[in-house]
Write a protein that binds this ligand. Structure first.
Ligand SMILES: Cc1cc2nc3c(=O)[nH]c(=O)nc-3n(C[C@H](O)[C@H](O)[C@H](O)COP(=O)(O)OP(=O)(O)OC[C@H]3O[C@@H](n4cnc5c(N)ncnc54)[C@H](O)[C@@H]3O)c2cc1C
Length: 412
C-alpha cells in the first residue's frame, strides 16, 4: 500500500483515485477547484468507447482552412497565440500521414474499447447507475451522398471490428423523432453509453471516494520539492504535501507541471463550448452527433446540451461567446423546435496532444512521478479505463497492454 497524491480532480483524476483506493492505496487529491468543476463539468456526457480515430486525419489541413474561413465553422484561432501554437500545429498536421493515422488509431483502439466496462464497477459502487444510459450514438447526415463521402471513416471502424448500423430516412425518423426532416441519413453506434449529467458523475465519484477515506485538499499546486528518490513534496499555496507516489492528472494544465519536472510535452487546449437549454421543450433519445460540424447534442437531467467548437486560443484565454452561438445555431438546424429560454453558456479546455493519444505512464526523470492527461475530447469516456491502467502501473502489476505508445517521452 502506498500513499499517493493525485493532482487534479477532474474525471481523469477521479477515475484514477477510484481505482487506486480499490487497489488499497491511501489517496489524497489536490485541486484548486471543487472536483469536476473544470473541463469535466460541461461535456456532452458521452461514453463513446468506439471513437478510436485520432483527430489528425489525411486531408485535415484543407478541412481546417475551410472550417476557419467559414464564419459558422467549428475551428478558430487567436492570432496573438499563433507563435506559441505553430510548433504544435506542425506536429499535429504531421500526424495526418496515413502511416501515423494507423499507428495512432491502433494506440487508441488498444485501450479504449473496454472504457465503459472499466467505469461500471465504479458507477455501481458510487450509486451512480441511475445516471447511466445505454442509448447509443446517432450520427446524422444531410443525405446518403454526404454519408457515402464519410464511409472511409466508417470502414476504418468496421476494419477494427467495431459495430455500427447505417439508417435510412425512415429509420432515422423512427429512432430520433425530434431531428429535422432536413437530415435524411444516419449511422447508429449501439455500443455508446451516456450519463445524465457529467458534473453529477464527478461529484458522485468524489463523494464515494471521501466515504472510502480519500482526502481532498483544495489548493493551488505551485511546484515540487525534489530529493534523491524523486519528488519529495508537492508545493501548494496551502502548504506542502508528501506522498510515496505523485500522479499528475491536471488536464491541460499538466503541461506546466510536467515541464517543472523535466518533461516538455506538446499539449494545447482545444477549447470547446456548450449551451444548455433547461426548457428545451423536447428530448433526444441518443447522443446525436453532427460530424460535419463537430457538434454533439445530448439530453441531460438539466435539459438539452449542445456541445462543439474547436478553438485554439491558448489555455485560460478570454472566452469568445460567438462560438457558443455557433454551437446553438447548429443545434437548431438539427432540432428546429428547441426553446432557448433560460439557456446557459460555458467553455472548457480539452487537453490535446498532437497525436490525439493521452499520456499515461511514468516520468522518465523522477521514479515516483506518474502522468495521466491529454484525453482531449474523450476524457469522460476514458476516465475509468485510464484509472484502472494507472492503478495497475502504480501498483507494479503486469500491464494488460503495451504502455509504450502513451509514454510522455514518445515521438509526438
Ligand atoms: C464541449 C466539450 C464536450 C465534451 N464532450 C465529451 C463527451 O461527450 N465525452 C467525453 O468522453 N469527453 C468529452 N469531452 C472531453 C472531456 O470533458 C475532457 O477530456 C475531460 O474533462 C478531461 O478531464 P481531466 O480530468 O483531464 O481535466 P479537467 O477536468 O480539466 O481536470 C483537471 C483539474 O486539474 C486542476 N488543476 C489544474 N492546475 C492545477 C493547479 N496548479 N493546482 C491545483 N489544481 C489544478 C483543475 O482545477 C481541474 O479540476 C468534452 C469536452 C468539451 C470541452
Amino acid at each position: 500500500m502506498s500513499k499517493i497524491i493525485v493532482i487534479g480532480s477532474g474525471v481523469i483524476g477521479l477515475g484514477c483515485a477510484s481505482y487506486l483506493t480499490r487497489f488499497g492505496h491511501e489517496v489524497t487529491l489536490i485541486d484548486r477547484v471543487e472536483p469536476g468543476r473544470a473541463t469535466s463539468y460541461g461535456n456532452a456526457g458521452g461514453i463513446a468507447n468506439t471513437f478510436v480515430a485520432p483527430l489528425a486525419m489525411p486531408g485535415l489541413m484543407k478541412k481546417y482552412i475551410k472550417y476557419y474561413l467559414d464564419p459558422e465553422g467549428p475551428v478558430s484561432f487567436r492570432w496573438s497565440h499563433m507563435p506559441a501554437l505553430l510548433p504544435f500545429m506542425y506536429q499535429f498536421f504531421r500526424n495526418c500521414r496515413p502511416e501515423r493515422v494507423k499507428e495512432c488509431s491502433e494506440a487508441l483502439a488498444a485501450f479504449m474499447p473496454p472504457a465503459y466496462e472499466a467505469w461500471e464497477p465504479l458507477f455501481k459502487d458510487a450509486g451512480l447507475m441511475p445516471l447511466v444510459r445505454h442509448n447509443g450514438g446517432l450520427w446524422v447526415y444531410k443525405d446518403d451522398a454526404t454519408l457515402d463521402k464519410d464511409m472511409p471513416f466508417w470502414n476504418s471502424r468496421r476494419n477494427a471490428g467495431l459495430e455500427f448500423h447505417r439508417l435510412n430516412d425512415d429509420e432515422l425518423r423512427q429512432s430520433e423523432p425530434a431531428v429535422s426532416r432536413d437530415w435524411k441519413a444516419a449511422v447508429l453506434e449501439p455500443d455508446w453509453h451516456s450519463v445524465a449529467n457529467p458534473f453529477d458523475i464527478s461529484a458522485g465519484l468524489a463523494k464515494h471516494l471521501r466515504e472510502r477515506g480519500a482526502n481532498f485538499v483544495q489548493a493551488e499546486v505551485r511546484g515540487f520539492e525534489k530529493g534523491a528518490d524523486g519528488v519529495s513534496a508537492v508545493v501548494t499555496d496551502k502548504g506542502n504535501y508528501s506522498g510515496d507516489k505523485i500522479l499528475i492528472a491536471a488536464g491541460v494544465w499538466s503541461k506546466r507541471m510536467a515541464a517543472q519536472l523535466g518533461s516538455k510535452v506538446p499539449l494545447e487546449s482545444q477549447r470547446g463550448y456548450h449551451v444548455t437549454l433547461p426548457n428545451a421543450g423536447l428530448e433526444t433519445r441518443h447522443l446525436v452527433v453532427v460530424g460535419s460540424a463537430k457538434v454533439a447534442i445530448s439530453t441531460l437531467n438539466i435539459g438539452v446540451r449542445i456541445v462543439g467548437a474547436s478553438a485554439f486560443p491558448g489555455v485560460d484565454a478570454p472566452a469568445d461567446w460567438s462560438q457558443a452561438k455557433m454551437v446553438l445555431a447548429w443545434g437548431k438546424r438539427v432540432l428546429p423546435d428547441l426553446n432557448t429560454e433560460g439557456m446557459t453558456e460555458w467553455f472548457g479546455e480539452r487537453p490535446l496532444t498532437p497525436d490525439s493519444i493521452p499520456v499515461m505512464g511514468r516520468s522518465p526523470h523522477h521514479k515516483n512521478v506518474f502522468y495521466a492527461f491529454g484525453h482531449s475530447h474523450m476524457g469522460l469516456t476514458t476516465g475509468g479505463i485510464t484509472g484502472r491502467l494507472m492503478a495497475q502501473l502504480m501498483s507494479d502489476q503486469q500491464m494488460p497492454i503495451d504502455m509504450n505508445p502513451y509514454r510522455i517521452d514518445r515521438r509526438y
